[in-house]
Write a protein that binds this ligand. Sequence first.
Ligand code: UTP
Length: 224
Amino acid sequence: MRIVLRIGGSVVASPSNPSLISNYVDLLKDLRKKGHEVAVVVGGGTLAREFIKAAKDIGLDEKAQDEVAISISRLYAQLILRALGKLSCENVPLTVEDALEYLDQGKIVVMGGLKPGMTTDTVAALIAEKANADLLVKATDQEGVYDKDPKKYANAVKLEHLKFKDLSRVLAENKHKAGIHQIIDPEAIKILRRKKVKMVVLNGFKPENVLCAVKSERIGTLID
Ligand code: UTP
């Protein structure tokens, strides 16, 4: 199976969590052993946000702010990639094309952001689209997608299964509420919907959840 794994910066990088990063390295080796092809897209977490703020405070424009955040996400990608050694690509791919080439060579791809003005969700969706991935897993800091922001509303209900068209509605209804927006970038949803790539959003603090998603076991929120 071809899998794109989007690891939230909120999970491995807020703050940097070396033992969890090691667990992800083990998970990737395991997926590989099971014969899966995997591309990982990791975010920059709080360090990226710290750099965005520093860039802003010294008067840099949004493009430059995004660029420093991308660099931080690539540093996290580098940690995973180096730990994987020969199983992974030599360097963090800087373009979708390079990522696809490494994937075709049988390497585990590990990358961060691509260009200003997007999120790593969109990067993951683009890779999933172009690589004809069977599954996109988003490992995040919540159990899945909720009907409203679970950080704000105690009565928020986790949704087990969503259709892409329903998700567009959930996202639209929650337009002015931050949480649901952060859970998946609507730009990424547009791409996945176009290509009909199955997505699972799950709790990334338990990397073993990813294995459940790969085995089509019930975990997190399934979107198809
Ligand atoms: P994300 O918000 O995608 O990463 O990127 P994250 O830390 O994993 O976030 P969570 O865990 O889902 O909350 C962080 C920032 O990096 C810049 C943007 O400013 C984005 O908000 N970025 C990232 C880009 O400009 N381009 C990219 O391709 C990726």
